[in-house]
Design a protein around this ligand. Structure first.
Ligand code: DON
Length: 563
């Protein structure tokens, strides 16, 4: 059904190649002039588009979409999780907000190790102990208070209506609910709206308790979630399952406006998220490497291009593992990591013909001055205010803990900390003391919401879910558009690869890279491993005649709607 939906809104157009007179066919996403919303669920996209149409700006629509996704996309949309947003006003001011979860105040570095020091990875992934203090509600309220123009009640009403009146489940929703039903039963003592039914596609899911929680947020703002009834319900739920998060953690939670990370790629200004997301630093490191190695001249997904991309990624992820963490707890050497001189040396060990072994790559030397579910959505309005938001519960349905009486699921974001040096998290990412657990600290993220300007004007807003593959998918998406002049739809749909230093292998979109290409990379020493699909990019691109193209990966239910 997702595909059918998609076919209705993706078009094939014929146009002239900018490089020759040849007529080429291009696949483009929906096009509109006044505003565009691209997100993981058609109902949430409609909510956003309606807000834009009634005169709300992109920031208003983003808040409305976030709450709508918390209802219709419970696997990743959330009020019990956190995320990051990069925002650009029509006047060209770019800011970023971190509404990442924090470790509860009773957490401790070794809380996921047994008495002999062995890791207990399931404890950081499933159930009450895996939950970090949620940031989404505070983040959305901050965005609304700073940049919104409509009343909060107006923005939250569509989510309340969807939760009350119910919405129809897709085949994929049903498959996910079935896949995780045992986990749900393991961590929840009582019934939840997601369990106890033999769901079939087309069934209606009602979330009345969630509707009541959103009503409390609508009337009491922060206190509708971080105090009063909702906070009481979260604390009570945590007590039932021996979780750590409590009323005091909730009361103390604050999202933080952070300095945006800015880089330049071939004349385009790229704005992205700084720590505690690793996404911005890693993306700018990769783009700098792509420019240094002149990857744009090597062609799209050729053997040479893929070799260089892998080698850049190997070095960038080794840096990530050692040097990145919450900047409020760890001195992140940001300037040095982004310094062109540092990167030139760092990438000088790349052999053009042969893969390096990851075991031979360590993090770069920087002088210390001291001592798999997420969702991305993008909104652009008629004035070209733009918002790029990536938000998550971490795993699909997060910790699987349903807050009894409050209607929503809590994240399992504690797994994004390094539970022990060198022990991989669910995405195979390793880390060390920079990302060790400390009370109040934010766990390192890969989320990479990004906004790009061309000649000082809005050009592109993009992002994706995908855990550790987020950064590399955004990187390839940007190159597809800037270097290979693809439409946004083509750029998000193009096959992608991913490497993250450890483990050694290179993941690639199975079925989409031809056998000869994969074989050539193997011969260069790359350990190639097929994977279902990589990334799930979505975004909005400024195109000719003042239009916007919206696009979302055509493999799912994501969709773009404009007017
Ligand atoms: O913050 C992070 O990097 C992860 N918690 C993101 C998880 C994710 O993207 C899972 N989705 N596919």
């Amino acid at each position: 059904m997702g595909r059918i939906l998609l076919l209705l809104c993706v078009f094939i157009i014929a146009c002239r190649s900018p490089k020759s007179d040849e007529v080429i066919e291009q696949v483009v996403g929906p096009i509109a002039q006044n505003g565009m919303v691209s997100c993981a669920h058609p109902l949430a996209a409609e909510v956003g588009r309606d807000i834009l149409q009634m005169g709300g700006n992109a920031f208003d629509a983003a808040v409305a979409v976030h709450f709508a996704l918390a209802v219709v996309y419970p696997g990743a949309g959330n009020i019990g999780g956190g995320g990051f947003a990069v925002l650009r006003t029509a006047e060209g001011q770019v800011s970023s907000i971190d509404f990442r979860e924090t470790a509860p105040r009773l957490s401790s570095r070794d809380m996921f190790l047994d008495s002999s020091g062995n890791p207990l990875p399931m404890k950081s992934r499933l159930g009450h102990l895996s939950v970090g203090v949620p940031g989404s509600v505070d983040g959305m309220l901050q965005i609304h208070d700073s940049l919104g123009s409509l009343a909060l009640e107006q923005l939250l009403q569509p989510a309340i209506t969807l939760a009350t009146k119910g919405f129809s489940l897709y085949k994929w929703d049903v498959e996910m609910l079935k896949e995780f039903s045992t986990d749900f039963a393991e961590v929840n003592i009582g019934p939840t709206p997601f369990t106890g039914k033999n769901w079939v596609p087309g069934d209606t899911l009602y979330l009345p308790e969630l509707a009541e929680t959103i009503k409390r947020i609508s009337s009491d703002r922060r206190d509708g979630f971080y105090a009063g009834t909702t906070a009481d319900l979260i604390s009570a739920e945590m007590k039932k399952g021996n979780g750590l998060l409590d009323y005091i953690d909730l009361k103390g939670y604050r999202s933080i406006w952070r300095p945006v990370i800015k880089g330049d790629y071939r004349g385009y200004a790229v704005y992205c998220m700084g720590p505690p997301s690793s996404g911005g630093i890693a993306l700018i490191q990769l783009l700098e490497g792509a420019e240094l190695k002149n990857i744009s001249s090597l062609g799209h997904n050729t053997v040479k291009t893929l070799h260089y991309i892998t080698e850049l990624e190997r070095r960038v992820y080794a840096d990530r593992a050692s040097h990145l963490g919450d900047p409020d707890y760890y001195m992140v050497p940001q300037e040095q990591l982004l310094d062109p001189g540092y990167l030139k040396i760092r990438y000088s060990s790349i052999n053009p013909d042969e893969a390096t072994r990851s075991a031979n790559i360590k993090e770069g030397y920087v002088e210390m001055i001291e001592s798999t579910e997420t969702t991305h959505f993008t909104v652009v309005d008629k004035n070209r205010n733009a918002v790029s938001v990536t938000t998550t519960l971490n795993g699909y349905f997060g910790s699987k803990v349903y807050v009894d009486g409050a209607g929503f699921l809590l994240n399992n974001q504690m797994d994004d900390f390094s539970i022990k040096p060198g022990v991989p998290n669910q995405f195979g990412l390793v880390g060390d003391s920079a990302n060790a657990i400390e009370p109040g600290k934010r766990m390192l993220s890969s989320m990479t919401p990004t906004i790009v300007e061309k000649e000082g004007e809005f050009f592109l807003a993009i992002g994706t879910p995908g855990g550790s593959t987020i950064i590399t998918s955004v990187f390839q998406g940007l190159m597809n558009i800037i270097d290979h002049e693809m439409t946004l739809q083509e750029a998000v749909d193009a096959p992608k690869m991913h490497h993250q230093w450890q483990p050694e292998y290179v993941l690639y979109d199975s079925g989409q890279f031809n056998a000869l290409l994969v074989d050539s990379l193997r011969k260069m020493g790359h350990d190639m491993k097929p994977r279902g699909h990589l990334g799930y990019l979505s975004g909005v691109l400024s195109i000719e005649n003042g239009n916007l193209e919206g696009a979302a990966d055509s493999r799912g239910y994501s969709t773009a709607k404009g007017y």
